[in-house]
Design a binder for this molecule. Structure first.
Ligand code: ATP
Ligand code: MG
Length: 649
């Protein structure tokens, strides 16, 4: 078998069409797990192999560092070294570093790490609130505005058009935004969005720079294109110029960043924008068992207003697997303990820890699971934990290398890197073990990176290597750690595990509380659940807890999205759900009326049909159903029993 056939092997006819399409616009519109990422990485490798492009002319972009890392890993496995697979921001940073001195006539401005301090200064100048919560809201409004190409002057009109619930009066947000921009410019700093704005502006305004850039990069690929923002699209257009050598892949049902300005429109409009584009739809799901695929189809078929290009059904290709499991718990601690127990069971059966993930809606949910996994002695990593470039020895090494490069020390890599790192603990032979060995491994990894650079970039020297390291630190490509992954649903996009636990599926968390008043936001939450479900190859657990704390007073209802997903015979499927003003009490743990938060819900109260302390009535219809259900099943099933009240005030 020759190498080309190898690349084309293991592809279905549609994937093959996309991989082997000639240079020019290609669009793959397809659901989760259908092989979009596989297709684009193979396409890049195929174009390289056929001699249509050299790897350094390829620029493949995506949105998260992790997804970019995943693309790099897959490209390396296909033997393609030197193609850039990075986030939009990392690509823009690299380009600005190069073009800025030429265009602006001075060293690149410093990149602002977090904007809260400057937002705070701007807010206090215009008398806006400066609590940490207000500042976070203001910062995300500014980010949305910049991602949507909205100036401070245009902000009030744009925010009202986009029906954004501004955290403060829109005029005030606009003034803070304006002040923030001024302070930042005065401090000669750029924020993350400026990296993109300036890159686009330089390419748009300087024909010579654009020409040089376009001569260098000839083939563009975008993964997860459904989440492109107008600002990123502007950069992409500036990169392309009048050319059309662009491959995009995406799934409109996985748009989960529209709160931050992203939109699936460019993906869905792609065939209209490039009428000669090769457009491919994939339906076969290679990732998940038919059981998981069925559930994913159910989740997304409940979505409202699905645009035409997003009505894709997934057809499972894998052999049957276990049914997805739904579990209800009295409280969150019980949920976390049970998940840890199940993970233990999987590990005992031989499933690798790195093949298991616990996914949640908000990062704060990880804490209980970190505890539970620690107690069960199960290794885990929280996505966003300590990464390679934040390790102390790596930071020290970076300083030493930067100093050496600054003092004019040159020549040959990797020898000079070894020399600089020797005094930091890079002994010729590795230490026996412990922290010294960890340190040595990190330092050696840096030497290996320099070896990799030499093999891909001719004449690479120490300053170039330091620049490369800084970029990598920026991209924070995390080292592989063998542990259970704890990650937010947003961070899980594009990834897959054998076993996935989707936890905390209650109203207020999934969907998140602030989405409740906005139908479009609820739909985005539904897509987020779809992303979560479609991460699982085989085992999928969905769980929720009816109260936050053991015996706690704050009750919860299971997520509205579970409606229609629970199997008929599931104990929880006959209990009431979903009605906005219903309040549910898991009798086993919760006996306090949530409406007045004080009255004790006694058996008499249930009999009388109302709370004894406030005018909340039992919902008759639901109570009747509940009684029926109890009669039929309660003797066989040991599950909590609910009493439902409606707020009639
Ligand atoms: P997502 O929308 O979640 O990003 P995707 O469409 O990018 O998903 P991939 O990650 O490329 O999907 O592929 C999903 C899984 O299916 C991967 O494990 C991949 O290796 C496998 N796969 C893709 N195509 C095929 C194929 N033709 N035969 C066998 N396995 C395949
Ligand atoms: Mg993908």
């Amino acid at each position: 078998m020759d190498a080309e056939n190898g690349l084309l092997e293991g592809l279905d006819p549609e994937q093959l069409g996309a991989v082997s399409a000639p240079r020019g616009p290609v669009c793959v519109l397809a659901g989760a797990g259908t092989g979009k990422t596989r297709t684009i990485t193979r396409r890049i490798a195929h174009l390289v192999q056929r001699g249509h492009v050299v790897p350094s002319q390829v620029l493949a972009v995506t949105f998260t560092k992790r997804a970019a890392g995943e693309m790099r890993t897959r490209l390396q496995a296909l033997g393609v070294a030197g193609a850039q697979a990075v986030t939009f921001h990392a690509a823009a940073l690299r380009q600005l570093r190069y073009f800025w001195p030429r265009v602006v006539g001075e060293a690149p401005w410093e990149v602002l790490d977090g904007k809260l301090r400057l937002v705070g200064q701007a807010a206090s100048r215009v008398g806006a609130p400066t609590t940490s919560e207000a500042l976070r809201d203001l910062a995300s409004e500014i980010e949305w505005a910049k991602a949507s190409l909205t100036t401070p002057e245009d902000y009030p009109a744009a925010a009202s058009r986009a029906r954004r619930d501004a955290p403060l009066p829109a005029e005030q947000v606009a003034r803070v935004y304006q002040g923030y921009e001024q302070l930042k410019t005065r401090a000669r700093m750029v924020d993350f969005d400026d990296l993109l704005l300036h890159t686009a502006a330089i390419l748009e305004d300087h024909a010579d720079v654009a020409e040089e850039f376009r001569d260098r990069y000839r083939c563009f690929v975008v993964d997860e294109y459904q989440d492109v923002t107008p600002l990123q699209q502007r950069v992409l257009d500036a990169w392309l110029g009048a050319r059309d050598d662009l491959t995009v892949v995406g799934d409109a049902n996985q748009t989960i960043y529209s709160f931050a300005g992203a939109s699936p429109r460019p993906l869905l409009n792609f065939p209209r924008r490039f009428p000669e584009a090769v457009v491919i739809r994939l339906e076969r799901d290679y990732r998940s068992t038919p059981q998981v695929v069925l559930l994913a189809n159910r989740v997304i078929s409940g979505a409202r207003d699905r645009p035409a290009g997003s009505r894709l059904r997934l057809i499972g290709q894998r052999p049957d697997g276990p049914e997805p499991k739904f579990s209800e718990f009295d409280d969150e601690q019980a949920e976390a303990d049970a998940v840890a127990g199940r993970i233990k069971g999987l590990l005992d059966k031989g499933v690798a820890a790195s093949e298991i993930a616990v996914l949640y809606r908000v990062n704060a949910q990880s804490e209980l699971y970190e505890q539970a996994l620690t107690e069960a002695d199960i290794p885990y990593q929280v996505r966003g934990g300590e990464r390679f470039f934040t390790r102390p020895e790596v930071r020290q090494a970076m300083i030493a290398l930067r100093t050496a490069a600054g003092s004019g020390r040159s020549g040959e890599l990797p020898g000079v890197v070894r020399e600089v790192l020797n005094p930091l603990g890079l002994t010729p032979d590795p230490p026996a073990g412990g922290a010294a060995r960890d340190r040595w491994d990190s330092l050696l990894a840096l030497v290996e990176l320099s070896e990799e650079l030499v093999s891909t970039v001719e004449g690479a020297d120490l300053p170039r290597f330091v620049g490369e390291l800084e970029l990598r630190a920026e991209a924070q490509h995390p080292p592989t750690v063998e542990g259970v992954t704890l990650a937010s649903l947003h961070a899980a996009k594009g990834l897959e595990w054998d076993a996935v636990f989707l936890i905390g599926l209650t109203e207020g968390t999934m969907p998140i509380q602030h989405a409740e008043s906005d139908e479009a936001a609820i739909e985005e939450e539904r897509r987020l659940l779809y992303v979560g479900v479609t991460r699982a190859r085989e085992h999928l657990w969905l769980s929720w807890a009816l109260s936050r704390t053991t015996g706690g007073r704050r009750s919860r209802r299971r997520s509205r999205f579970l409606h229609g997903l629970l199997p008929e015979n599931h104990p929880a499927s006959n209990t009431p759900s979903g009605r906005q003003r219903d309040v549910v009490f898991p009798k086993a743990v919760q006996r306090t009326c949530r409406i007045c938060d004080s009255g004790l819900v006694s058996a008499t109260a249930v009999k009388l049909g109302r709370c004894e302390s406030c005018p909340s009535d039992v919902d008759e219809e639901l109570l009747a159903r509940l009684k029926q259900w109890r009669k039929a099943r309660a003797t066989q099933l040991r599950v909590p029993v609910y009493v439902v009240f409606t707020d009639n005030t």
